[in-house]
Design a protein around this ligand. Structure first.
Ligand SMILES: [Zn+2]
Ligand SMILES: [Zn+2]
Length: 244
């Protein structure tokens, strides 16, 4: 009885409001059902890189047909357009963790509804330490921790690290992005101790634009372990930028 009263009072005083429209949030989430339903789903997408596609009939996008990436599969449930852009930008660049919790929870709900095979380990895209200091946190690691709490899949943030201070990818065009990433990552393992290297990895990021970052990390891993035929790499992210 007393607990019920406390719960009701908590609901009245602490019910979150929607970050987008200020209506009451859905359950304990800071987004309402109406705004969730208006987010752009990435249901029709390339089965390999999750590039949004016009129709469901194409299984692979033209790029993956001609030159597939080094990762084998991806899970990116939203398109990077509409209100999710503001939620992710507020989280990533302004450190708004309420926005972060919303996008992490929405991702986990979609993960729950999907039939994607779970990896052995989540590997967040590393930030250069100086950029982590500037921003205060690595948003990919923060998201990977939230997904780990939900799914039970462990996070390894030391497996892949940055080797050099590359420029922020979003400031560059496609060819500059590729040059910027050459030798940007290193894998904390060697073929001599690869017995313990996880066979199935999901690289975790917030937004995927061209997929070049994940492709470079996957390439770094597979080139070290190309003698291991069971290495399988996925890319998990919240949102994928459509082609312009
Ligand atoms: Zn709303
Ligand atoms: Zn593709």
């Amino acid at each position: 009885m007393i607990n019920n009263c406390i719960n009701k009072l908590q609901n009245i005083f602490f019910q979150p409001t929607c970050l987008i429209c200020r209506s009451p949030g859905q359950g304990n989430l800071s987004i309402c059902s109406q705004c969730i339903s208006q987010l752009k789903s990435n249901r029709h997408c390339c089965s390999r890189c999750s590039l949004p596609l016009e129709t469901d009939s194409q299984v692979l996008c033209p790029q993956c047909q001609s030159q597939p990436p080094q990762f084998h599969q991806s899970f990116i449930p939203f398109q990077y357009r509409g209100e999710i852009v503001n939620l992710i930008r507020n989280f990533k660049f302004s450190g708004n963790l309420t926005s972060g919790r919303v996008v992490a929870e929405l991702f986990c709900r979609q993960l729950d509804a999907s039939d994607i095979a779970f990896p052995d380990v989540l590997v967040p895209v590393p930030l250069h330490p100086s950029r982590t200091r500037e921003r205060g946190f690595n948003q990919a690691l923060w998201l990977a921790d939230k997904i780990s709490n939900y799914s039970g899949i462990p996070v390894n943030h030391k497996l892949v690290s940055r080797t050099s201070k590359s420029r922020a990818q979003h400031q560059l065009n496609k060819s500059a992005r590729l040059r910027n990433l050459e030798n940007a990552f290193k894998v904390e393992s060697s073929p001599n101790n690869d017995q313990n290297f996880p066979a199935h990895i999901a690289i975790v990021d917030d937004v995927v634009t061209t997929g070049a970052t994940a492709n470079t990390i996957a390439n770094t891993i597979t080139s070290l372990f190309n003698h291991k035929s069971d290495i399988r790499i996925q890319l998990w992210a919240i949102a994928r930028t459509p082609l312009e």
